[in-house]
Design a protein around this ligand. Structure first.
Ligand SMILES: *Cc1c(COP(=O)(O)O)cnc(C)c1O
Length: 448
């Protein structure tokens, strides 16, 4: 596979962009990332003309793939041609807000911003402002964007910033606990309950693994936070309008959070974030309330139109059936391949997400009878139950180097573009086909 152009572009990039990229994980690909020339349906074509089946889909936003259906495309172009933005409201912001309120039952009001990071930052400020409390509980390994309150490692007793540039005194207000661990969460609440503004978690750890919640865990979080007067904040930046269809992951699990952050899919491929929830809480944002929040580009007409048209298209067509069906096909196909070739590895994902975690230990090859057949569901009866990842730490202990340094390149050589490390999810779009799935499964067989 020729990569001269990508190499030359990366050479230029290194002179003017730190690490040659504009987002840290992009440089995870070694020795250098490939540069994309353009998308084509469920595929991308790189600067050297190589074509790949694309399961990265912009790291989540592209529910419809690279070729937007004509009605979606037409509205976006119309909006852009009328002048990009105005600094005063437009109708399409109200339209998209109404659409979300109609479909996501926990959302009565919503504030649009420009990235997932901005959404989680504003949501944390809102939770603190609303409750008058400072502490935020997060899941170890969970990712909520590049923001001060959540770039925190360690545990609830010893939290520390995970990045330079964050004062240790900021991290003191953040309490990291393991996902799926009721006892650890109960202990944190016994110790700090009256000071906890919110528990923030993805309903599925989709940005770290992927890790599915154990039966009853999200319900447990709902009850515990309610008991202490803390908020339950679901970060649905990935899972929103991706898992559970238009009702999002909260409808899939039947658990109602107080606040939800959105991003990725809700902007139809343009920069976006949003914070939704009970009207009584969301009203605390300025100007109706005293939690300051503002943004020059917030509610950008082109983004709002792209998000609205994408979701409306999904509402009127078989988008979720298609992506969830292919997701299921991929996960069940991978489960069969692993049973034969790598029985210790774990297939994870739900809906239109999938991943293979290179878990070091698993059940014996002859004892796989009755395992989860299309992605780990944390069923105690599954023979993998004792080995499949339940926390971010479990994912981290997998063969993450083998995944990134060896496996990823073997897939790329076969024309399959997977996300750049063990931790980022992979996504099916409406543009993907059965053929893409078959080609991908064949490539896994070769590469594993
Ligand atoms: C991507 C992501 C974010 C951050 O969103 P950006 O748009 O990259 O700032 C936050 N939370 C989760 C769960 C994400 O996957």
């Amino acid at each position: 596979m020729n990569d001269e152009q990508s190499q030359a572009l990366y050479d230029r990039a290194l002179s003017v962009l730190p690490g040659g990229v504009n987002s840290a994980v992009r440089a995870a690909i070694e020795p250098y990332p490939f540069f994309v020339r353009k998308g084509d349906g469920g595929h991308v074509i790189d600067a050297d003309g190589n074509r790949y089946v694309d399961w990265v889909m912009g790291l989540g936003p592209l529910l419809l793939g690279h070729d937007l259906p004509d009605p979606v495309q037409a509205v976006i172009q119309q909006k852009a041609s009328e002048g990009p933005m105005y600094g005063t409201p437009t109708e399409v912001e109200v339209d998209l807000a109404e659409f979300v309120v109609r479909h996501v039952s926990s959302v009565e009001k919503i504030r649009f911003v420009n990235s997932g990071t901005e959404a989680t930052t504003s949501a944390v400020r809102l939770a603190r402002g609303y409750t008058g409390r400072n502490k935020i509980v997060i899941m170890q390994g969970g990712y909520h964007g590049a923001q001060e309150s959540t770039l925190v490692d360690g545990d609830a007793e010893n939290p520390s910033p995970s990045s330079a540039g964050i004062p240790a005194s900021f991290a003191e207000h953040t309490l990291p606990v393991p996902f799926n661990d009721e006892e650890a969460m109960r202990e944190v609440f016994e110790e700090h309950g009256e000071e906890i503004a919110a528990v923030m978690t993805e309903p599925i750890l989709a940005n770290y693994g992927i890790v599915y919640p154990e039966e009853g865990y999200l319900e447990f979080l709902r009850e515990l936070t309610a008991e202490y007067g803390s908020l339950l904040l679901f970060d649905e930046v990935i899972t929103g309008f991706r898992i559970g269809g238009l009702g999002c992951a909260q409808s899939h699990f039947g658990v109602t959070p107080d606040l939800t952050t959105f991003g990725k899919v809700i902007g139809g491929g343009f920069p976006v974030g949003a914070i939704g929830g009970k009207a009584e809480i969301i009203e605390h944002f300025a100007p109706s309330g005293d939690v300051f929040q503002a943004g020059t580009f917030s509610g950008h007409p082109v983004t709002m139109a792209a998000g609205l048209e994408t979701l409306q298209f999904a509402a009127e067509n078989d988008v979720y059936d298609h992506v969830d069906g292919l997701g299921e096909r991929l996960r069940s196909g991978l489960t069969e391949i692993l049973a034969d070739q790598a029985p210790s590895y774990t297939v994870v994902g739900a809906g239109s997400t999938f991943k293979v975690i290179f878990t070091r230990e698993g059940p014996r090859k002859d004892s796989l009878e009755g395992q989860c057949d299309a992605g780990c569901r944390q069923r105690p009866a599954c023979p993998r139950y004792d080995h499949c990842p339940k926390t971010g730490g479990d994912v981290k202990r997998a063969e993450t180097d083998r995944w990134r340094r060896i496996f990823w390149g073997r897939m790329k050589e076969q024309g399959i573009f997977l996300s750049q490390n063990q931790f980022e999810a992979q996504f099916v779009s409406y543009a993907h086909t059965e053929e893409d799935v078959e080609q991908t499964l064949e490539a896994y067989k070769e590469a594993l």
